[in-house]
Design a protein around this ligand. Structure first.
Ligand code: ASP
Ligand code: MG
Length: 415
C-alpha cells in the first residue's frame, strides 16, 4: 500500500478538490491511505476564533461554515446528500464548543483546531465516494497516540504503530482508500492533541512507517524540493534525488517545504518519499531516499531569518563547565527553545535561536547566573555541498558572528 498526503493548498477550493479526485482516480484500485490537512487557511481561521472576543464567535464560525459550504455546493449538486448533515453536525459542535469552554488553554486549542481536518476529510471522503472510489473515513485521533501534552506532542511509537496497523489493515478488505486527518492525535489519557503546525506531513510519515508503505507521496504546489527558496533567489532548480540526511537538515534549518519530523519515520524503514506537484501530477518531482548520489554534489542552501545570538559568560570570569551548560540547556528546554547553532569557548557560550517571545524569558531566567549579551536581526545561512564562491556570494558584505563547517555542510550566522 501507499500513503498520499494532501496539504491545505491542494484542497482550498472545489476545483482543487476535483483535482485531488483526479489524482486519486489515476491510482484506481490500489490500496492507499490518504492524509488530508484542513482546507486552505482554515487552521489559521480556527486559531483566530480561539483568541477572539465572544461577541465575534458567531461571525467567525459562520465564515468558516460559508467557506466549506461554498466548496460543497460546487462539488455536490444533490441537496439531499448526506454531506450536509455530516458537516452540519460539525458546525454545531464547533459553536457549542466555543460557547461552553475556556478557550485560553492548550487543551481547548487541541480540541478545537482539529475541526479543520475533520471537515476537510469528511468532504474529500464523500467526494471520492461520489466518484465511485471505495473510500472510508477514519478518525486519526484513534490511531496516533502521544504523550500527555496538547500541542506539538511527542508520538508514542509502540502504541501508535499497534493501533494503526490493527485498525487500518482490516479496512482494506472492503475499501481501496482510507481517508485520515493529518495533524491531530490523542494523548495516552484519551484527550485531543496536535503534532504541531504543518504537522500533517509528519502524520503521513507515521502512517507510512506503521503500515510499511511502499512509498509516501506529498503533493505540493511546487514541482519538488528546490535547491534554494525561490522567494529569495533566482535560478533555483529542482533536485531530482536527495538523501534523507540532506532533507532533514534542509527542513530543520528552515526550508518550509516539509515538516522536519517527517523524514525520520521514513528513514527508519527505508520508505522513499516523493514530493510532487498536484498541478503537474505526471512530472517526476523529487525523490528522497537512502543514498541519493545523483544530486548529492549539488549545493543547496537555506536562509533562516529573524535569528538572535545570545552569548553567555560566567559573571566571575570562571569557565563554562558542564554543570553551567546543563543549567543553560534546562532553561532552554523550560522555555521551549530550540538551538539552531552553538559554540563554546573557555569563558563564553553562544547560542543561535529563533527570535521568539520566549527568548526574553530565557534571558531573564539565566541573567542571575550569567552575563548575557544579545544581538538580534540575524540570518542563519545553511549550505549543503558548499564551495567558497557560494559562501562569499551569500554572505556578501555582512559580518559573520558564528561559523561552523562539517565535510558537507557550512552554517553561518550573519548580519
Ligand atoms: N492544518 C494544520 C496546519 O495548517 C496542519 C497541516 O496543514 O499540516 O498547520
Ligand atoms: Mg496547512
Amino acid at each position: 500500500m501507499k500513503v498520499f498526503k494532501f496539504g491545505g493548498a491542494s484542497v482550498k477550493s472545489a476545483k482543487a478538490v476535483r483535482n485531488v479526485g483526479d489524482i486519486i482516480s489515476d491510482y484506481n484500485g490500489q490500496k492507499m491511505v490518504v492524509v488530508v490537512s484542513a482546507m486552505g487557511k482554515t487552521t489559521n481561521a480556527l486559531e483566530k476564533i480561539l483568541k477572539a472576543d465572544s461577541k465575534d464567535f458567531d461571525i467567525l464560525i459562520t465564515a468558516v461554515e460559508n467557506f466549506h459550504n461554498s466548496i460543497i455546493n460546487k462539488l455536490f449538486l444533490d441537496l439531499e446528500s448526506k454531506i450536509y448533515n455530516r458537516v452540519g453536525t460539525v458546525y454545531k459542535q464547533m459553536r457549542l464548543f466555543v460557547n461552553s469552554n475556556n478557550l485560553d488553554t492548550n487543551k481547548a486549542y487541541a480540541e478545537f483546531v482539529g475541526f479543520g481536518e475533520v471537515l476537510s476529510t469528511i468532504i474529500i471522503n464523500q467526494f471520492l465516494l461520489k466518484l465511485g472510489i471505495a473510500s472510508i473515513w477514519q478518525d486519526a485521533g484513534e490511531l496516533i497516540i502521544t504523550e500527555d501534552k496538547y500541542i506539538d506532542a511527542r508520538v508514542l511509537w509502540d502504541e501508535s504503530s499497534k493501533k494503526i496497523s490493527s485498525k487500518i489493515n482490516p479496512l482494506f478488505d472492503n475499501n481501496d482508500i482510507v481517508i485520515l486527518q493529518g495533524f491531530i492525535a490523542k494523548t495516552v489519557s484519551g484527550e485531543c492533541s496536535t503534532l504541531g503546525r504543518e504537522g500533517s506531513d509528519y502524520s503521513a510519515a507515521i502512517f507510512a512507517n506503521a503500515l510499511d508503505a511502499q512509498y509516501l507521496t506529498i503533493w505540493k504546489d511546487v514541482p519538488g524540493l528546490l535547491n534554494a527558496d525561490p522567494k529569495y533567489f533566482d535560478n533555483t532548480y529542482k533536485l531530482d534525488f536527495i538523501s534523507y540526511r540532506e532533507t532533514i537538515e534542509l527542513a530543520y534549518y528552515g526550508a518550509s517545504i516539509i515538516h522536519p519530523k517527517t523524514i525520520q519515520p521514513l528513514k527508519k524503514k527505508s520508505i522513499p518519499l516523493y514530493i510532487k506537484s498536484f498541478l503537474e501530477p505526471n512530472e517526476k518531482g523529487t525523490t528522497v531516499q537512502k543514498d541519493a548520489f545523483a544530486d548529492s554534489m549539488v549545493p543547496s542552501y537555506i536562509i533562516k531569518k529573524n535569528q538572535v545570538i545570545v552569548s553567555l559568560s560566567a559573571r566571575d570570569f570562571s569557565f563554562i563547565t558542564e554543570d553551567s551548560l546543563s543549567i543553560i540547556f534546562r532553561e532552554l528546554n523550560n522555555n521551549n527553545l530550540r538551538v539552531n547553532l552553538m559554540q563554546n569557548s573557555a569563558i563564553s557560550f553562544s547560542l543561535c535561536l529563533d527570535n521568539k517571545v520566549q527568548v526574553k524569558d530565557f534571558i531573564n531566567d539565566i541573567q542571575q547566573l550569567f552575563k548575557v549579551r544579545y544581538n538580534d536581526d540575524m540570518e542563519l545561512i545553511t549550505i549543503q555541498n558548499y564551495n567558497q564562491e557560494l559562501i562569499d556570494e551569500l554572505v556578501g558584505s555582512r559580518e559573520v558572528f558564528l561559523e561552523q563547517k562539517s565535510r558537507t555542510t557550512v552554517q553561518l550566522l550573519v548580519r
